[in-house]
Design a protein around this ligand. Structure first.
Ligand code: SF4
Length: 228
């Protein structure tokens, strides 16, 4: 994108960019009151567990993955453990989640790359994380923000939907949305912001029936049904 003189980052006029930043800060403050304990729904003890869970959670509920995790990580504590067992055994061990055959292959490939490229340790940058099979920017950011507490904009379907409704973006591509949000939200709040929107999307700003009448950010939201 060509940035014209006088335009803010990513082509937004300075006035509009400032408005969006102010709006983001107000939304963070407001949603923090509603979700004082906002975090990922996946339960994990370390970054490796979260990475494997993120792969398992594709097109599956976090609840289902949480049910599986205790038993799974008793047997598989590190990438080498996943590489040691035959594929069929791993498939059996994760067969309670959707698409388990595909996911078993992905987990194996991911663990192989983890060992070969990073000595079995989870890298701490998005650029390195996405070199792992099965890991896109969303998963990378989820691990970096969720497990390491690093600044991370996590654009899952909830964050995408709520961001569009509020009016932060008109993009549909999650990676583009991530970069837009990076310009709007202060870096120190990236992870908190992601968790808040994630919680809001799951609990109130749901896909089918957003409960705008109860929503504390209705005044700040471009799609609030109550004020339309
Ligand atoms: S006002 Fe409605 S559409 Fe906007 S964030 Fe709240 S629930 Fe979602």
């Amino acid at each position: 994108m060509v940035q014209r003189k006088g335009e803010g980052a990513r082509g937004k006029a300075p006035e509009r960019a400032r408005e969006l930043k102010e709006k983001a800060e107000k939304i963070i403050e407001s949603l923090k009151k509603l979700y004082p304990d906002a975090r990922l729904e996946l339960e994990f003890d370390n970054a490796f567990e979260l990475l494997i869970e993120a792969i398992l959670a594709a097109q599956e509920s976090d609840k289902k993955v949480n049910e599986l995790r205790k038993k799974l990580f008793k047997k598989y504590r590190n990438p080498e453990d996943f590489l040691r067992v035959p594929l069929e055994e791993l498939e059996r061990d994760i067969s309670s989640v959707n698409f388990y055959r595909r996911k078993a292959k992905l987990i194996k490939k991911c663990c192989e790359a983890l060992v070969e490229k990073f000595g079995g340790k989870i890298p701490r940058t998005v650029e390195e994380m996405v070199k792992l099979p099965g890991v896109g920017r969303k998963t990378a950011n989820m691990v970096l923000g969720g497990a390491f507490g690093l600044p991370a904009i996590i654009v899952d379907r909830h964050v995408l939907r709520v961001s569009q409704r509020i009016g932060f973006t008109q993009e549909k591509d999650p990676d583009k949305v991530e970069f837009e949000l990076m310009e709007i939200v202060p870096k120190e709040n990236w992870t908190t912001f992601s968790f808040l929107l994630l919680n809001h999307g799951k609990n109130m700003c749901t896909a089918k029936n957003p409960r705008c009448e109860e929503c504390p950010i209705c005044d700040l939201c471009d799609s609030c049904k109550v004020k339309l």
